[in-house]
Design a protein. Structure first.
Length: 235
């Protein structure tokens, strides 16, 4: 049923909407205070001019809203990633002795130094910048071959531009892999010009660590044989 008060109510809502717009409120903010369709609100406000300050306020609010939305999406991605990683981690379980042995062989195949025909007699050498991978290699040597740290030589390779951070870098590796700082007596500096897209070139850069194993020429050859055995297993 039509009421004579309806035009008055609509007029009052329009006036309220215009007033709020002139205060610099966004359409979304106005709709929370003026219960009309968004299309109606747009018709009412399309000719309402805003001051420079009001436009700036709306722009800042849009940017803040976009930033909040981006942060929310980023957190959602992090949450989903954590679920995937946690699920995958639980699927591994406890490695058997044979699984540990094979895993180390594959790791050395990828990252370890191999004996060359023109340079026979090479021992085990493993180089990487990932502390977790270094820790696994040390654990593998000890668990599978009973090689302890007294047979290991640790060498740190860093760019010359980080010479002033030697103490911090040594302490980093010492803490990460549980080896006393005095074991890192061999430090080498790369003097070549750095041209890289890597992100870890500032305070997060800690170079690479090489582990040499004393008296390990025969073991290096055995690993080469095991690696060949793996290759032949799928032919």
């Amino acid at each position: 049923m039509y009421s004579a008060t309806m035009p008055t109510i609509k007029y009052n809502l329009k006036e309220k909407a215009i007033a709020l717009r002139k205060e610099g409120l966004s359409y979304s903010e106005i709709l929370t205070k003026v219960p009309v369709a968004k299309s109606t609100l747009s018709d009412w406000l399309h000719s309402v001019g805003l001051s420079k300050h009001q436009k700036q306020r709306l722009t800042e609010k849009k940017l803040a809203s976009a930033k909040r939305g981006g942060a929310a999406k980023h957190q959602q991605r992090l949450d989903k990633t954590k679920i995937v990683i946690d699920t995958a981690r639980s699927e591994i379980g406890q490695l058997t002795h044979r699984e540990l042995w094979l895993t180390g062989i594959m790791l050395y195949w990828a990252e370890g130094s191999k004996e060359k025909n023109y340079h026979p007699g090479s021992g085990l050498q493993f180089t990487n910048m990932d502390p977790a991978m270094i820790c696994f290699f040390i654990y593998w040597l000890n668990e599978i071959f009973h090689i302890n740290k007294t047979r290991l030589i640790f060498e740190i390779y860093i760019h010359d531009t980080h010479r002033h951070r030697v103490e911090d870098i040594v302490n980093f590796w010492s803490k990460k892999i549980g080896i006393a700082p005095n074991y890192f007596s061999r430090i080498y500096f790369k003097k070549t010009q750095i041209k890289t897209n890597r992100k870890n070139v500032g305070e997060t850069y800690f170079g690479v660590l090489k582990i040499r194993v004393r008296s390990s020429t025969v073991l290096n050859r055995r690993i080469a044989g095991w690696t060949q055995g793996v290759v032949e297993s799928f032919h």
